[in-house]
Design a binder for this molecule. Structure first.
Ligand code: C5P
Length: 218
């Protein structure tokens, strides 16, 4: 699949930051699929839907409108929710909702449609394995848990919000476990995806490495 770059990896590995920069550099669209699962979760919270009621969650996923504006920000039913979807309440429930097969089906269809119509850099958990296994370039970005927690902590702090490093570490570890052990589309490295451990690398170094691989210089 030409002009499609797929990136997977655990939370806090730098996927979205890198995907955004890469998309800008290549003049592609950046699609953060985690934001889509977060938007469904936010809608479920707003509508007081029981997180165990799979039927209602699937209905909700079909009913709501999830789009991206030209800055790659997520729009839920005409409202820009790019900040709201990062709340600790959404963090706490998103992996449970993302484990529902029918919810995934709705979002995967949207993601595949978007990739067919645009040149995209798409990041998530199952992009290289399930959504776009035929992507022209496939990457798996990871980093140690301690480093990923530290990055999230600094990100929250930089926005002048209170943060607790140990709590963040626990929350990321919990999502890692749920995402990797779930039955449908678990997080795992596709055999043909290029593994990049970003623990010791700067954003710039990761970006350079990916661009040289994309441009075939390595
Ligand atoms: O990438 P981010 O951390 O924002 O993703 C939030 C959650 O959405 C993940 O922990 C995972 O449960 C879910 N997700 C998923 N499949 C994707 C992207 C995200 O299940 N492609």
């Amino acid at each position: 699949m030409k002009n499609v770059i797929a990136i997977d990896g655990p939370g806090g590995a730098g996927k979205s930051t890198i995907a955004k920069l890469l998309a800008k550099k290549l003049n592609y669209l950046h699609l953060d699929t985690g934001a889509m699962y977060r938007a469904v979760t936010l809608a479920a919270i707003n509508e007081n839907i029981d997180f165990d009621d799979k039927e209602k969650l699937i209905k909700l996923a079909k009913k709501i409108s999830i789009t991206f504006n030209k800055n790659g920000e997520i729009i839920l039913n005409d409202k820009n929710v790019s900040q709201e979807i990062r709340s600790s309440e959404v963090n706490a429930h998103v992996s449970k909702i993302a484990a529902v097969k029918g919810v995934r089906k709705v979002l995967v269809e949207k993601q595949q449609n978007l990739a067919q119509k645009n040149r995209v850099v798409m990041d998530g958990r199952d992009i290289t394995t399930v959504v776009l296994p035929e992507a022209e370039h496939k990457f798996f970005l990871t980093a140690s848990l301690a480093e990923r927690a530290k990055r999230r902590y600094q990100e929250v702090k930089s926005k002048n919000n209170d943060a607790d490093l140990e709590e963040i570490k626990k929350s990321i570890a919990r999502r890692d476990k749920l995402d990797s052990e779930r039955e449908h589309s678990p997080l795992k490295k596709a055999e043909d995806a290029v593994l990049i451990d970003t623990t010791e690398l700067s954003i710039d170094e990761v970006l350079k490495k990916m661009i040289s691989l994309i441009e075939g210089e390595n």
